[in-house]
Design a protein around this ligand. Structure first.
Ligand code: ARG
Length: 460
């Protein structure tokens, strides 16, 4: 036998570097607290069910609680020789309370243990993600309230399309983050399931009480199939997928912030505390943090792809491949929480150049649709109206004359239906405020949407 916890049937011991390759303690120690929590619940259950004596159960629980204290005080030292967090904890417990520690692993396997720890870990972090998302959404509403009437150019293909308000733009992101919130909320359902009790893969002969353990650990439900319990990582994949979609949203907004703070756009200016300078060019103010969030989106997708690929083709039930699941989720949790917080900070300090935004809609022919619609309401078939306005735009581009600056006589010679009221119709403000269809950019719509969204946040 070798000195390993599982060394009974082994005669030769592996080289240190081989052990190190198999070990996970350098990262799964992040789940140390969850591991102790799970073990405490399991030990209590073993005692209650008379699988071990109440006295033994109490000794084990006391030992685990002592380890919990030492963990909090940063006093626990883990050893790579003990491979992972589960065997490290058992070794520490044995040091503390002696041979009785060996009874803890009755009716349990590291397979259902690691699954339980990992579920608990994600379950404990999901509320943090929801909290930072709520804070970001609150910040968006504050900014949108300030800018419900701030007119800017709306884009398609990154070409000026039609005027919108900046508030309306911000609320588009509110909607995306709302869906992200709901996805992470749903993520809880598939995370809140207890695997413990599945043992290695087939369940156990001991008269365990899984419902009791679920209650102790505050799990909403338990896995109903032992094979599924130890091999399911859907909750982690859902987390990575939700995180990827959220990062995609942040990255799109990051791109706009970066673009809009260029000299050419100059729509917004990032606050000093969310920008950086250049080591050589004294005039520079770079949107490093928005860029970094955009960059970390790739890293997040990478984690999703990594775990999807790890899980692909894995036969049931547990395989060591699955040890690769945790680092991805740990990394993405840090990335996503930090990125959302960075964005809340960026939006909080953002300077909005309202005049520049409005000016961008003045000589760009983004009111061409208004004129076409105007003619259509006067009975001109829309196709024909489109062609007439297209001709006027072409003329206007050549003479540098926006539609609203063309003489009524010139407009009339293009289409006799045009009257003096056209000049009001052609104003960006009118274009915006006439878009009162549900979901449209009209200022009154934006204001109503802010109120509706505030109610959503208040109900949380
Ligand atoms: N460190 C392992 C992991 O993270 C724990 C489970 C090991 N189980 C086993 N049968 N080797 O997946």
């Amino acid at each position: 036998a070798t000195a390993k916890l599982w060394g009974g049937r082994f005669t030769a011991k592996a080289a240190e570097w081989v052990d190190e390759f198999g070990a996970s303690i350098h990262f799964d120690q992040k789940m140390a607290s969850e591991d102790l929590e799970g073990s405490i619940a399991h030990a209590k259950m073993l005692g209650k069910q008379a699988i071990i004596s109440e006295k033994e159960s109490a000794e084990i629980v006391a030992g685990l609680q002592a380890l919990q204290k030492e963990l909090e005080n940063g006093q626990l030292v883990f050893d790579v020789k003990n491979e992972d967090i589960h065997m490290n904890m058992e070794a520490l417990l044995t040091e503390k309370i002696g041979a009785v520690a060996g009874k803890l692993h009755t009716a349990r396997s590291r397979n259902d243990q690691v699954a339980t720890d990992f579920h608990l870990w994600v379950k404990h972090r999901l509320p943090d993600v929801l909290t930072v998302l709520t804070e970001l959404q609150e910040e968006l509403l504050i900014l949108a309230s300030k800018h419900s009437g701030t007119i800017m150019s709306g884009y398609t293909h990154l070409q000026h399309a039609q005027p919108i308000t900046y508030g309306h733009y911000l609320l588009a992101y509110f909607e995306m983050f709302q869906r992200d919130y709901e996805r992470f909320e749903f993520n809880q359902k598939h995370t809140d399931i207890l695997p413990l009790g599945a043992a290695a893969l087939a369940g156990t002969t001991f008269p365990i009480d899984r419902e009791f353990v679920a209650e102790q650990l505050d799990f909403g439900s338990i896995y109903h199939n032992s094979l599924d319990a130890v091999s399911d990582r859907d909750f982690a994949l859902e987390f990575l997928s939700n995180a990827s979609i959220l990062m995609m949203h942040l990255s799109r907004m990051a791109e706009e912030l970066i673009l809009w703070s260029t000299y050419e756009f100059n729509y917004v200016e990032l606050s000093d505390d969310f920008s950086t300078g250049s080591s050589i060019m004294p005039q520079k103010k770079n949107a490093d943090f928005a860029e970094l969030v955009r960059g970390k989106t790739g890293r997040t997708y990478g984690s999703l792809m990594a775990l999807l690929t790890t899980m692909k083709s894995l036969p049931l039930a547990y395989n060591k491949d699955m040890q690769e699941d945790k680092e991805q989720v740990f990394d993405v949790t840090d990335t996503v929480i930090a990125s959302v917080k960075i964005f809340t900070g960026i939006l909080n300090g953002l300077k909005v150049h309202e005049k520049r935004m409005l000016a961008s809609t003045q000589d760009d022919f983004s009111n061409a649709t208004e004129l076409a619609d105007y003619l259509a309401t006067k009975g001109v078939p829309f196709r024909q109206a489109h062609a007439i306005v297209g001709q006027l735009v072409l003329a206007g581009i050549t003479t540098h004359t926006p539609l609203q600056e063309m003489a009524l006589a010139d407009l009339k010679s293009a289409a006799p239906q045009i009257e003096d009221d056209i000049y009001n119709v052609l104003k960006s403000e009118t274009a915006v405020n006439r878009r009162t269809s549900i979901g449209g950019t009209a200022v009154e719509n934006v204001k109503k949407e802010i109120v509706r969204n505030q109610a959503i946040l208040e109900a949380r």
